[in-house]
Design a protein around this ligand. Structure first.
Ligand SMILES: *[C@@H]1O[C@H](CO)[C@@H](O)[C@H](O)[C@H]1NC(C)=O
Ligand SMILES: *[C@@H]1O[C@H](CO)[C@@H](O)[C@H](O)[C@H]1NC(C)=O
Ligand SMILES: *[C@@H]1O[C@H](CO)[C@@H](O)[C@H](O)[C@H]1NC(C)=O
Ligand SMILES: *[C@@H]1O[C@H](CO)[C@@H](O)[C@H](O)[C@H]1NC(C)=O
Length: 641
């Protein structure tokens, strides 16, 4: 069926501002409620990754431009997945502010004539509009979570169609993360933002076509619990179906050897496993929850979900996994690599995990946005613990102003971070939790990074979001990372969270070059937090910019020795404080930043590895510490080694 001759007038088509700022679509549809597709005996999955045609629009307003109504010539071609910024040589593309077109042709296989079929985007940064031939068929706002479009009534199997995606990279005060488009002195648009990583854009993760039968599994949710000894485990599950109200089901839990260990016939229930193989940090065990939908004893749909049985809770000043105190070793990371920007790359992904394993890192935080689903699956499979963060970074106007010595503007005001921003933020949390709720590796939700938590309005802004997070998932502790300066007497929101995550740069941004003073100041501050809150504390960021290859005998800033010494100094303090239950060095690897600050030299160099993943001296220092049998805070089987 072709609907392209029907002129579709959208109410917002003339509202160029709304279109520009990306408020036009996304949360008003449920295209974000997408279960990760899989191929099996019943479902089919076809990749649309590869080379697409690429163009910038002729005019800023794509409604005027209508670039999807014709064939975009292959003059510029682009790899999917990848960010587009570093692929070409034209600065107009690298520095583009606004829309860009991706286009290719596709065919739904003739054999898919039964059932329904969808196109699924694992992520498009930051906003997408999707067109089939001349018609707009869907879209999404939010650059790091998936969405899909039901193509069943739009294209016929066997018929080639033109698939165009318009991609918008604009950040406003109402997007997550926020930003502001300004016109520079030369009359060009410039994207400003308050977060310290480059605003990469494009189709950064995979695109696929997939099929499901008319009656199919549309969502699965599991929660698990177990006794601390691993004698008994429970897998609570709930299956949503689409297409019929009287679906019969068979749900089986299968162990790693292929044995069925529990079975049920309802769409919702509890499966008991005794004895249970627990999912443990560094020793993952994954069952398969197989959901089958039946019609007259015939299987009409099936979906396999990997399930790790483990429990997570905070008790006093400890973070417990399966009832045992867990000490986090690892990093804040980025999805960032040369040329591909934030594009998903399986080689970099697995190499990063191997490097973490090599040095005894047992965990990481998905700073500062949800990572690719493949990353989460890998963490599940390999027993790496994840703190899962939404893209709410830069809700803080004070940081950059503070660096310039200006009076900081107010963050939570009607013309900056406001109630609309909060709505976008809430939707980003819904989409993150919907996508990642079943991952055993995910032990906590991080609702924001370094917000202006000491400013008026912070509590009003964050309290409903924390409540929403708990409502969406009552099983995982909730945190946020507190920015340096929002000290225990000033922070207005720390009491809302289950544990504290502190980002501190003693010896770098303060007490710069003076590690003795840094140690005194850091210990003093941390003890204030311990005094005020009986909660576990994770040092969620600490570190120093370091130019690989710069060496010095003395404490020279940017040298590999300085980075190593700063880490050593920090660790001495951490080891002396019981409530500290983890250390995540900032950052795993060097990463790209905006080219608008003089304090960055081709990116942030706080990596323990270079951007190419070569170790600096600090990597060896961390390896020695984290794999040392005498490491004071490990020793309960929780090391990632
Ligand atoms: C699992 O289900 C049981 C029975 O409904 C409930 O008591 C328990 O709290 C649930 N556990 C989790 C982790 O959701
Ligand atoms: C299924 O249930 C919904 C809600 O109760 C109802 O609106 C719908 O008509 C039902 N569909 C069928 C096929 O019975
Ligand atoms: C948000 O809405 C509330 C209630 O309508 C209002 O009092 C408050 O000023 C708004 N906050 C912002 C930052 O706009
Ligand atoms: C390890 O476990 C033992 C016994 O449960 C406990 O007493 C001890 O404090 C734990 N060690 C650490 C470092 O958490």
């Amino acid at each position: 069926m072709r609907l392209s001759n029907i002129p579709l007038l959208r109410p917002w088509a003339a509202l160029s501002l709304a279109t520009l700022i990306g408020l036009s679509s996304g949360a008003d549809t449920d295209q974000w409620k997408t279960l990760k597709p899989q191929a099996n005996a019943i479902r089919e999955l076809l990749s649309l990754d590869g080379t697409w045609n690429f163009a910038l629009p002729q005019s800023r307003e794509i409604e005027e431009d209508q670039g999807w109504t014709s064939v975009i010539p292959p003059k510029l071609q682009i790899p999917v997945p990848a960010s587009y910024n570093d692929i070409f040589t034209d600065p107009a593309i690298r520095n583009n502010v606004g829309w860009a077109y991706y286009q290719r042709h596709a065919i739904v296989p003739q054999t898919w004539s039964e059932g329904r079929y969808y196109v699924r985007f694992d992520s498009v940064t930051h906003e997408a509009k999707v067109y089939v031939n001349d018609e707009e068929v869907g879209g999404h706002v939010g650059g790091y979570t998936p969405f899909e479009v039901d193509l069943t009534d739009l294209v016929s199997p066997g018929e080639q169609f033109r698939l165009t995606v318009a991609v918008n990279n604009i950040l406003t005060w109402q997007t997550i993360p926020p930003g502001e488009v300004v016109t520079n002195e030369a009359g060009k648009l410039r994207q400003d933002y308050n977060h310290d990583f480059y605003n990469y854009a494009g189709i950064a993760r995979s695109v696929s076509l997939y099929s499901v039968p008319d009656v199919h599994v549309s969502d699965v949710t599991v929660t698990t619990e177990n006794d601390d000894e691993g004698n008994e485990g429970t897998v609570n599950y709930s299956v949503e179906t689409s297409g019929s109200n009287d679906t019969q089901a068979r749900v089986t839990l299968i162990d790693e050897d292929g044995n069925e260990v529990a079975e049920a016939s309802e769409l919702e229930g509890s499966l008991n496993v005794s004895p249970v193989n627990l999912w443990q940090p560094g020793a993952a065990y994954l069952y398969t929850l197989r959901v089958e939908l039946l019609s007259d004893d015939t299987v009409v749909d099936t979906y396999d979900l990997p399930v790790g049985v483990r429990s997570v809770r905070v008790e006093g000043n400890q973070f417990l996994i399966n009832g045992k105190p867990f000490y986090f070793t690892g990093f804040g990371k980025h999805e960032d690599s040369p040329v591909r920007g934030k594009g998903y790359d399986p080689a970099y992904m697995i190499h990063d995990f191997e490097l973490m394993k090599w040095m005894g890192a047992n965990s990481f935080r998905t700073s500062h946005y949800p990572y690719a689903e493949e990353v989460m699956e890998y963490a599940d499979r390999h027993g790496i613990v994840v703190i899962d963060e939404v893209a709410a970074v830069g809700l803080n106007l004070g940081i950059s102003a503070g660096l310039r010595g200006d009076e900081p503007p107010k963050t939570f005001t009607e013309d900056k971070v406001n109630n609309e921003t909060q709505k976008t933020h809430a939707q980003a949390l819904r989409e993150l939790i919907h996508r990642d709720k079943n991952h055993a590796s995910v032990v906590s939700w991080c609702v924001t990074n370094e917000p202006a938590s000491a400013e008026d309005g912070a509590r009003e802004y964050f309290q409903p979001l924390v409540e929403l997070t708990r409502e969406l998932d009552p099983t995982r502790p909730v945190t946020f990372t507190n920015v340096m300066g929002a000290t225990v007497d000033k922070c207005l929101i720390s009491d809302l969270f289950d544990f504290l995550s502190l980002n501190r740069y003693y010896g770098w941004y303060v007490q710069t070059g003076d590690l003795e003073s840094a140690e005194v100041a850091m210990e003093e501050e941390l003890l204030q937090w311990v005094d005020e809150y009986d909660k576990p504390i994770i040092m969620s960021e600490y570190g120093a910019d370091t130019l690989a290859g710069l060496h010095a005998v003395d404490e020279v800033l940017w040298s590999e020795e300085y980075q190593t010494n700063l880490l050593r100094m920090s660790h001495k303090v951490f080891d002396s404080i019981d409530s500290i239950v983890g250390e995540h060095v900032w950052n795993f690897a060097d990463f790209q930043t905006p080219h608008t600050g003089v304090n960055r030299v081709d990116g942030n160099k706080k990596g323990v590895f270079t951007r190419e993943r070569r170790p600096k001296a600090a990597a060896h220092e961390l390896k020695r510490r984290w794999l040392d049998e005498g490491f004071p805070k490990l020793g309960n089987g929780t090391s990632g080694a």
